[in-house]
Ligand binder design. Structure first.
Ligand code: HSE
Length: 440
């Protein structure tokens, strides 16, 4: 498609939880997105079935339209977030035949008609990107397609459905029955009102087809994937697995063999020490094995409006850059932001301090006073006794040990605190000061 003006026009099809977030980013962060592309971008319309429907973000009324085809015909980049096969497929086909770029998260469509749509794109100079279709926010398709394109992927193994991972995790960690865990997933908004495709494994199978196609450089569809869901997994299965050191996960597995590839989705026992075993709740992760790279793991939020919109926006910027300039001239590093690297004194983190101190009254009060003076708050404090050779715990005649974990503190305050602790008579030595990272 030849573009006649500088501004890149974006048309959005669908404004559900992901679409509303994409619209929000394109309106509220327009300057940032334009700077990343290197050319102004503008959301020119959002096609929806019902303009009055409530949405996660209020889309300006002048952008809403019910005429999806007219929108497709006037945009340079189409973001398709309607989902399902039709009318999504017809609209994508129409856009690609115009040579437009299409960004979609539609795994059901990609897994059934991906090859055909890619062929249309190639024939008409269109572009089709679909990072959001597998693993939500996780960058997984581009690493497989681009970063690993000089290697041979031999196996892909993923937790690619958050609903089922949440259910199995609840069954494993709380002893919940399948039905109760499913109801809880629905209450928390992880599972769809109709969770059939998730629990039957079909959602994961679609993602397996997309992953395998890119990983093995061969076209696969949903029909090529053997699929078993989690509806037959009982609490007894989970307990028996746990007794033997295993956890049950619904895995999508694609494995290369000499004469072909086996693609399958089914509940699987994993040793609790396997990296995928620690993927809890509704999180997703994809484990990739390549001949030269070895083992790689990609982890993150596999669903949800904001996380998935991140993958959509990444594809959108990538295709818009291509429209702006031929590949050789496209910006590879954007530098529009003024964000200087700061000295370590500006860091904020938690700290662990280990000291040998005198063992008499008032010592802890003096130490606590020094911390308070420097605005460092204590999260926990331990005074471990000395363990004798007989295994008894007793206080040492020569002093005591104190171990403190602080709340978040500024590095500068912490350094001053440590200097002041050194200067206290009651502190014999500060043995170690280490930074602590806790889960955010
Ligand atoms: N229903 C999917 C899941 C989310 O539970 O992971 C979107 O693919």
């Amino acid at each position: 498609m030849t573009r006649t003006e500088d501004t890149i026009r974006i048309g959005l099809l669908g404004a559900g939880s992901v679409g509303a977030q994409v619209a929000r980013t394109l309106v509220e962060e327009r300057e940032m997105i334009s700077a990343r592309v290197g050319t102004p971008v503008r959301l020119v319309g959002v096609a929806v079935r019902d303009p009055e429907a409530p949405r996660d973000w209020r889309i300006p009324g002048e952008l809403l339209t019910t005429d999806a085809e007219a929108l497709v015909d006037q945009a340079d980049v189409i973001v398709e977030l309607i989902g399902g096969l039709e009318p999504a497929a017809g609209l994508i086909d129409r856009a690609l035949r115009r040579g437009a770029a299409v960004v979609t998260g539609n795994k059901a469509l990609l897994a059934t008609r991906g090859a055909e749509l890619n062929a249309v794109a190639a024939e008409h100079g269109g572009v089709l990107r679909y990072e959001a279709s597998v693993g939500g926010a996780i960058p997984i398709l581009r690493p497989i397609e681009e970063s690993l394109s000089g290697d041979r992927v031999v196996k892909v193994m993923g937790i690619v459905n958050g609903t089922t991972n949440y259910i199995l995790d609840q069954m494993d960690s709380t002893g919940a029955a399948f039905d109760d865990a499913l109801a809880e997933a629905q209450r928390l908004g992880f599972a769809e009102a109709d969770p059939t495709s998730d629990v039957a494994g079909r959602d994961a199978a679609a993602k397996a087809a997309i992953l395998s196609t890119l990983a093995f450089h061969a076209p696969y569809s949903l029909d090529d994937v053997h699929c078993e869901g989690i509806t037959e997994v009982t609490q007894e299965d989970i307990e028996a697995a746990a007794m033997s050191g295993y956890v049950i996960k619904l895995l999508a597995i694609a494995e290369k063999q000499t004469e072909g590839a086996v693609l399958r989705v089914h509940p699987t026992l994993l040793p609790r020490t396997h990296p995928l075993a620690s993927v809890r709740g509704a999180f997703n992760a994809v484990f990739v094995v390549a001949e030269n790279a070895g083992e790689l793991m990609f982890y993150g939020q596999g669903a949800g409006g904001r996380p998935t919109s991140s993958a959509i926006m990444g594809d959108l910027v990538a295709v818009a850059r291509r429209l702006r300039a031929p590949l050789a001239e496209s910006p590879t590093i954007s530098s529009e932001v003024q964000l200087p690297a700061l000295p370590i004194e500006k860091a904020t983190t938690q700290y662990y301090i280990d000291m040998d101190v005198a063992d008499r009254e008032g010592v802890i009060a003096e130490i606590a006073h020094v911390l308070a003076e420097h605005h460092v708050s204590i999260e926990s404090m331990r005074q471990p006794g000395v363990v004798t050779t007989e295994g008894e715990v007793e206080d040492s005649d020569n002093g005591a040990k104190v171990q403190i974990v602080t709340h978040l503190a500024r590095e500068k305050d912490l350094q001053e605190t440590v200097d002041a602790l050194h200067a206290l008579d009651v502190v014999k030595t500060v043995n170690s000061v280490l930074r602590v990272e806790v889960e955010k």
